[in-house]
Write a protein that binds this ligand. Structure first.
Ligand SMILES: *[C@@H]1O[C@H](CO)[C@@H](O)[C@H](O)[C@H]1NC(C)=O
Ligand SMILES: *[C@@H]1O[C@H](CO)[C@@H](O)[C@H](O)[C@H]1NC(C)=O
Length: 180
C-alpha cells in the first residue's frame, strides 16, 4: 500500500511537471469534448473483465514515460529500422494492456478522427485506472505527440527492475520524471 501510494504520488508529480515543461493544455482537444468519457468507459469495461488490468495500464504508462519521455513509444512493434521496447527485460512477457489502448483509440477515432495522440490516450487511461481503483484523481494536461521510433537499449537501462533496491527505484523515478 505504501509503495503503491509512493508510485502514484510520483506519477502525479510527473504529470504536473510535463504540464509546465511542455506547455500542455487542459483544453487541448476542444474539438473532442467526449475524450475523457470515452477513455473512462474503455478502462471501466476492461476492468470489469479483468480488474488486474488497472495496474497494468498504470505500469504501461510509466514504462512509456521512462524511455525518451511520454511518447507512446512502448506501443510500437519492432520494425525493419528499429527494435521496439516491448522485448526489453522489464517489459518482456509482463507489459499488458495494449488491446485496451487499441480499443479506446478505435473509439476515439470514431468520435474524433485524426485528432488525439495515442500517448494522450495512454496518459488519460492511466489516470482513469487509478481513479476507478479508488485512488486519487488529478487533472491531466494534454497535447503530447506520438514518437515515431522506440529505444530498446534505453528501456533496458532506464526501467526499474525487481533486482534493484527501493532507493535505486525511487532515484529512477526522480531522474526520469525530471527529464520526461
Ligand atoms: C478479458 O481479460 C482476459 C485476461 O486479461 C483477456 O485475455 C481477454 O482478452 C479480455 N477480454 C476482453 C473482451 O477484453
Ligand atoms: C544502486 O545504485 C547505486 C548508486 O547508483 C549503484 O552503485 C548500484 O549498483 C545500484 N544497485 C543495483 C542493484 O542496481
Amino acid at each position: 500500500m505504501h509503495h503503491k501510494n509512493t508510485i502514484i504520488v510520483l506519477l502525479v508529480s510527473l504529470s504536473s511537471f510535463l504540464a509546465i515543461n511542455s506547455q500542455l493544455d487542459y483544453y487541448y482537444y476542444s474539438s473532442c469534448p467526449n475524450l475523457p468519457m470515452i477513455v473512462r468507459y474503455g478502462v471501466w469495461a476492461a476492468m470489469k473483465n479483468d480488474s488486474r488490468i488497472a495496474a497494468s495500464i498504470l505500469r504501461l504508462h510509466f514504462h512509456d514515460c521512462f524511455v525518451n519521455g511520454c511518447d507512446a513509444s512502448i506501443l510500437l512493434d519492432d520494425t525493419k529500422t528499429f527494435k521496439g521496447e516491448q522485448k526489453a527485460g522489464p517489459n518482456r512477457n509482463s507489459v499488458r494492456g495494449f488491446d485496451v489502448i487499441d480499443n479506446i483509440k478505435a473509439d476515439v477515432e470514431r468520435a474524433c478522427p485524426s485528432v488525439v495522440s495515442c500517448v494522450d490516450i495512454l496518459t488519460l487511461a492511466a489516470r482513469e485506472a487509478v481513479v476507478l481503483s479508488g485512488g486519487p484523481n488529478w487533472p491531466v494536461a494534454l497535447g503530447r505527440r506520438d514518437g515515431l521510433t522506440a529505444n530498446l537499449k534505453a528501456a533496458n537501462q532506464n526501467l526499474p527492475t525487481p533486482f534493484e533496491p527501493l532507493e535505486n527505484i525511487t532515484a529512477k523515478f526522480t531522474l526520469y520524471s525530471s527529464r520526461a
